[in-house]
Design a protein around this ligand. Structure first.
Ligand code: ADP
Ligand code: MG
Length: 680
């Protein structure tokens, strides 16, 4: 048996079961071994039958007194029953339709049963409990409970894992032994076997600790390997510039934070090493302006800049804004997106290659072949988390070690930023431009939707504009066509009757970029009163006259995503508000949404997200481009820091992981990042 063998290699696993495994993302035996138990049933923690907790899963140890055989029930069901007892009380056991456990029981023998105790105080019963013989429990006192899927139970998974562990030879070690010693971690073979079949809770915990560390370490090695290690010197050396003429040309004075961040960038650009800086600022904090300061300085030094945005709408908006800001300063701005075609594209490419464009704004079309810069000195990537880690590197690869500025509106805790972006410096915009008042946020149920429309109509009458993010339907993820239909239906059945006589626009992910741009232009020009949209407006759109953001099914989004959406309003001087609609009743969900109502601090919100949901959710559908973690948590900053420190030390010694002893590790890194999808 090999790790790369399909699970079908296991006895009892045919194509049908393999398909079910696939639903859990398990294809090979290696995948199977990485499917870790969620928890364990601890058979050493038995309850006396008389005092077993009611209605909760628990373990009892009882002797079988009699087997009552089977009874046919109406509806074709069969009931198998047995009577048992321990010193404290009698227990009735029953199974429906499944003779397997029942048949295996012997009268007079003792067994452990795990399940829910029900019945009455005087007549206790367990329905469909799983059974274990005392010898089995002695060998494996902790039974793993796996994440399961329909038709593939934890028990079946456990049986397959056991078979694989028996059939496979010792698993190869992938962590360097000094690290194992330093952190007192068990070896890989021991850890993998122990996490699936521990002999004690301590052993399980040690195994988990080791595998978590391994996961973070491999992730870190990957992140660090993707960065450019070769270049110590920048390929775009620049002279320091006094930014005064730039500030003087602006329509408004910069905030203190903008001035500080621009100064930091300025110093980096004039330094000997390529800049590698993350600019973090809450939505609306004015990051574009700071980038413009860097772009201006690069142009003063005769270098081109590129700015990459995640969507076409944003690229167009950036190009417009930067043209307004930088055009008067003599900077020539070009736009390159997927919609730039034919003669126009050829002309633009020529301007980029010939150096007639000082700034090229675009989408990931900037990364495509044929885009050659004459003298790229500064690469700016906006809303970074929407791009994979590798794409950022690709833009930088368009020149010899250019300076790199990454802008993010999701305020990521510092430790996490370092993990995601590696060794970079961080500038913080912790101050909003003057005259902004915090956006008032309410949580309402759909019963109040009618009242809300009254309020919206009133706002529209006062000349304001409105965004409505329409409900996201679960199936839409799989059928993007459904998204279009859901958005249309919302517009016709709910919004139009709710806002009679108002001018409504529709924006959804299935529209062509040109169609989207047209609707956005109309909205910007004030020709539409309300924009009904799926979340394509999530990032960056800037329409100061819009004062209300309505979000249907708010519970579907992470807080950071909601905060981003909310950031679309409150950009002008008028009081703005955000209305979250949710009928979800779960306390945790309501707490989460209420937290947003009371907090406008993006950092606090990001932290809440990170602690209460997984890291994937934190970025909204794992858009950070990193592989997802199975065991480790990005919130565990201690383990994270240790893993990063070790990865860094190792790569210093063996920068490309070429040494023989690092081959198992190199393979794991490759596999992890290969699973996270193609480059684009
Ligand atoms: P974000 O950080 O979300 O990308 P933007 O760069 O889009 O923010 O800026 C948000 C809005 O604030 C824009 O309309 C911009 O013109 C405006 N703005 C930026 N800096 C200032 C400032 N110092 N004073 C006033 N308005 C500003
Ligand atoms: Mg922005």
């Amino acid at each position: 048996m090999e790790l790369t063998d399909s699970v079908q290699y296991l006895k009892g696993v045919g194509p049908a079961l393999a398909r079910k495994f696939e639903r859990l993302d398990i294809r090979t035996l290696e995948d199977l071994l990485c499917h870790y138990p969620r928890r364990y049933v601890d058979f050493t923690q038995c309850h006396p039958v008389a005092s077993a907790p009611f209605g909760e899963d628990c373990v009892v140890r009882v002797r079988i007194h009699s087997k009552l055989g089977c009874t046919r029930l109406s509806g074709g069901r069969t009931l198998y029953r047995a009577l048992a007892a321990d010193d404290s009380a009698a227990l009735s056991l029953s199974w429906f339709n499944a003779p397997y456990t029942y048949d295996s029981l012997q009268v007079g023998q003792e067994y452990y049963f795990v399940g829910r105790v029900g019945g009455t105080l005087t007549r206790r019963e367990m329905i469909s409990p799983a059974a274990r013989r005392p010898q089995q429990v002695a060998g494996a006192p902790l039974a793993p409970v796996y994440p399961q899927t329909e038709g593939l139970s934890s028990t079946v998974i456990a049986r397959c894992v056991a078979q694989a562990l028996e059939g496979l030879g010792p698993l190869e070690e992938d962590l360097p032994s000094p690290i194992l010693q330093k952190y007192r971690l068990p070896g890989r073979d021991e850890a993998v076997r122990a996490i699936h079949r521990p002999t004690s809770a301590q052993q399980a915990a040690a195994a988990r600790r080791r595998l978590m560390f391994e996961e973070l370490f491999i992730l870190q090695c990957g992140v660090l390997l993707m960065r450019d290690h070769g270049s110590r010197l920048t390929g775009a050396p620049m002279q320091p510039r006094d930014l005064a003429p730039f500030w003087a040309a602006l329509p408004f004075p910069p905030t203190g934070a903008q001035r500080r961040a621009a100064g930091e960038i300025s110093a980096d650009l004039a330094g000997p090493a390529p800049m590698n800086r993350l600019l973090q600022g809450d939505v609306g904090s004015g990051k574009t302006l700071v980038a413009a300061a860097g772009i201006w300085q690069a142009a003063q030094n005769g270098y081109q800049s590129a700015l990459m945005a995640p969507t076409e709408i944003l690229a167009v908006q950036h190009a417009d804004n930067l043209q307004d800001l930088l055009g008067p300063l003599g900077i020539r701005v070009a736009l390159l997106t997927g919609s730039t075609k034919g003669a126009e594209r050829r002309k633009t490419l020529e301007a980029i290659a010939g150096g007639q464009a000082d700034l090229v704004v675009g989408t990931h079309a900037l990364l495509s072949q044929g885009v050659e810069f004459a003298r790229l000195g500064l690469a700016v990537v906006d809303e970074q988390h929407r791009f994979g880690v590798r794409q950022r590197g690709l833009l930088a690869a368009k020149a010899q070690s250019p300076h790199l500025l990454v802008m993010s509106a999701t305020p990521i805790p510092r430790t996490l930023a370092l993990l995601l972006y590696g060794d970079l410096d961080i500038s913080l915009l912790d101050e909003l431009p003057p005259g902004r008042s915090p956006v008032k946020t309410w949580l309402i149920s759909s019963k109040k939707r009618q009242d809300m429309f009254g309020f919206l109509a009133d706002q529209i009458r006062q000349g304001r504009q409105i965004y409505i993010v329409c409900p996201l339907i679960e199936e839409n993820a799989e059928s993007p066509a459904g998204e279009k239909q859901a958005a249309r239906e919302y517009l016709e059945k709910i919004a139009r009757p709710g806002l009679p006589g108002c001018r409504l626009g529709l924006l959804h992910g299935r529209m062509k970029p040109a169609e989207k741009a047209k609707v956005m232009d109309q909205f910007k020009a004030g020709e539409l009163d309300a924009l009904i949209s799926t979340t394509v407006i999530e990032v960056g759109v800037d329409v100061p006259n819009a004062t209300v953001m309505v979000i249907e099914n708010a519970e579907r989004y992470g807080l950071s995503a909601l905060h981003q959406l909310r950031g679309r309003v409150g950009r002008g001087s008028r009081q703005s508000c955000c209305i979250l609609i949710s009928d979800h009743e779960e306390a945790a969900v309501r707490d989460r949404l209420r937290f947003l109502c009371h907090t406008s601090d993006g950092f606090a919100i990001a932290r809440y997200d990170l602690e209460h949901r997984g890291p994937g959710d934190f970025f909204g559908q794992a858009q950070h481009g990193l592989p997802s973690l199975k065991l480790a948590s990005l919130a565990d900053s201690g383990a994270l820091a240790a893993a990063q420190q070790e990865a860094r030390a190792l790569l210093k010694e063996d920068p490309a992981l070429r040494q023989d002893c690092h081959q198992p590790l190199a393979h794991r890194v490759e596999k992890l990042f290969e699973a996270s999808g193609p480059m684009n």
